[in-house]
Design a protein around this ligand. Structure first.
Ligand code: MN
Length: 194
């Protein structure tokens, strides 16, 4: 039985970038619905005892869609904090980003461009391959990089429900603003813990 995660900040804490109204719907209505659907679909699937990441890696159809959206949103909501937290220059993650992209800014530009360029609904991801190298992928709908054998580190939700109340059609402005509230300490930890 899965339950709705508690947000690690107040509903109005990210207000400069994500309004309380958006969070109320996005967390309280959209994510709650995915959790409820997942709990309805799991019994009899043969995957009931598995951790969420393994359910997503093995499921298909409606079960995949709802389990994927629960995992995606848990990773998404827990990576933010009021005011954000900077990426530590000495961290293994920062060193790997600079090695592959030249600078954090160059990485961020490509990440946002891949989110802007994703047609329709989905997610843009930064993930780690088993050898520690990093990759940016676009996943449509409920997609998650665990289905490609990658470890998901960072994600921006490009479904319109994530930004339409605050930004309407301005997806590029919304994605660019998300860096202001990103807690890089969380992303560093996801990269370190394998
Ligand atoms: Mn969403």
């Amino acid at each position: 039985m899965f339950t709705l995660i508690t947000l690690p900040y107040g509903l109005d804490a990210l207000d400069s970038v994500i309004s309380a109204r958006t969070l109320t719907f996005h967390h309280g209505k959209h994510l709650q619905a995915y959790v409820d659907n997942l709990n309805k679909l799991l019994p009899g699937s043969g995957l009931e005892e598995l951790p969420l990441e393994e359910i997503v890696a093995k499921a298909s159809g409606a079960l995949f869609n709802n389990a994927g959206q629960v995992l995606n949103h848990e990773l998404y909501f827990t990576q933010f904090c009021p005011g954000g937290r900077a990426l530590a220059a000495e961290s293994p993650l920062c060193k790997q980003i600079v090695k592959q992209w030249g600078s954090l800014e160059a990485f961020q530009d490509e990440f946002v461009a891949k989110g802007v360029g994703l047609f329709g609904s989905g997610w843009v991801w930064l993930s780690a391959a088993p050898d520690g190298s990093l990759v940016i992928t676009q996943e449509p709908n409920a997609g998650n990089p665990v289905t490609r054998g990658l470890k998901p580190l960072l994600t921006f939700d490009v479904w319109e429900h994530a930004y339409y109340l605050d930004y309407q059609n301005r997806r590029p402005a919304h994605l660019t603003a998300l860096w202001q509230i990103l807690n890089w300490a969380v992303i560093e930890k996801r990269y370190t813990v394998h």
